[in-house]
Design a protein around this ligand. Sequence first.
Ligand SMILES: NC(=O)c1ccc[n+]([C@@H]2O[C@H](COP(=O)([O-])OP(=O)(O)OC[C@H]3O[C@@H](n4cnc5c(N)ncnc54)[C@H](OP(=O)(O)O)[C@@H]3O)[C@@H](O)[C@H]2O)c1
Length: 285
Amino acid sequence: MPLRDLKNARCLVTGASMGLGRALTQELCHRGARVVFAARSADKLREVADRLIASGISSDAVLPFPADLTNPEDRADLLEYTSEAFDGALDLAINNAGIGAYGRFESHDETITRRLFEINVLALMEMCRGVLPLLRRGHRPALCNIGSVVGRRGLPGRSEYSASKFAVAGFTEAIRAEWARDRIDVLLLNPGFTATEFEKNLLVDTAIYKTDQRRTMTASSVALATLHALEQGRSEVTLSLPGRLLLLVNRISPRFVDWGLSRWTKRLYADSAALARVESPARSL
Ligand SMILES: NC(=O)c1ccc[n+]([C@@H]2O[C@H](COP(=O)([O-])OP(=O)(O)OC[C@H]3O[C@@H](n4cnc5c(N)ncnc54)[C@H](OP(=O)(O)O)[C@@H]3O)[C@@H](O)[C@H]2O)c1
């Protein structure tokens, strides 16, 4: 099978006002695709569009659409706009919009879990339902759902986020088989730590351990790897060497990874308890 050619492809990208979604939109436009791209922040979407047009991309190919994907009416409007823009067909849909929550599960409440699942899981699933009729009429159609390394191995301090990305992984595997009869390729892309606005946009951050220094991949390198995987017709790709190593070791010995993470977490919280005692001398009296 020849490589998928993204030139002139009719694409929809969610979560495109910043980070990975913005980088995907930019890379697709520079390859000659036409892109409807969505997020809540209309002004940021406009900035992305203006920059692309200023760099020489035709304004017909750059189609920003403000939408809150957790709102069913916004989703319906986005799908209608996409259908009208591309005469009822779509060649590529990328469900990238997502948000995180860091900290111990016990320190959060149900509203965090619900909000996280609403955007990371329910909105993504309903977008898949919505784009299916358009993809069926597309040329060599493909869907890409953005998962995460923590959607293949749960990590402490990321419980709700891990759970939401596990849901994305399971759902994506299931529809890959269902959609095969329509010849729609379904890619699950699992990024590792990537330098974006993700950590600034967390729903909540009560984590002791900060990962901002560990974000070694750039949004544009993840976008390039995603488009490469789509061109190759891959079904799942995990990015970053540490991410791949973690999943490899976890496949060989999940109990070893459990043991290592438990030890590390115990030590982390022991240190923080000691720190709290130093910072509040009254407690040690
Ligand atoms: N960065 C990482 O290390 C990392 C690692 C693994 C996986 N991921 C995944 O990669 C994807 C992109 O993340 P990122 O790192 O690029 O994060 P980001 O910089 O925070 O971007 C998230 C995007 O999602 C949009 N969004 C959030 N809630 C939305 C809603 N209700 N409706 C519409 N759009 C919404 C945001 O735009 P508005 O605020 O304008 O709506 C923004 O454009 C996410 O699914 C994330 O889980 C990231």
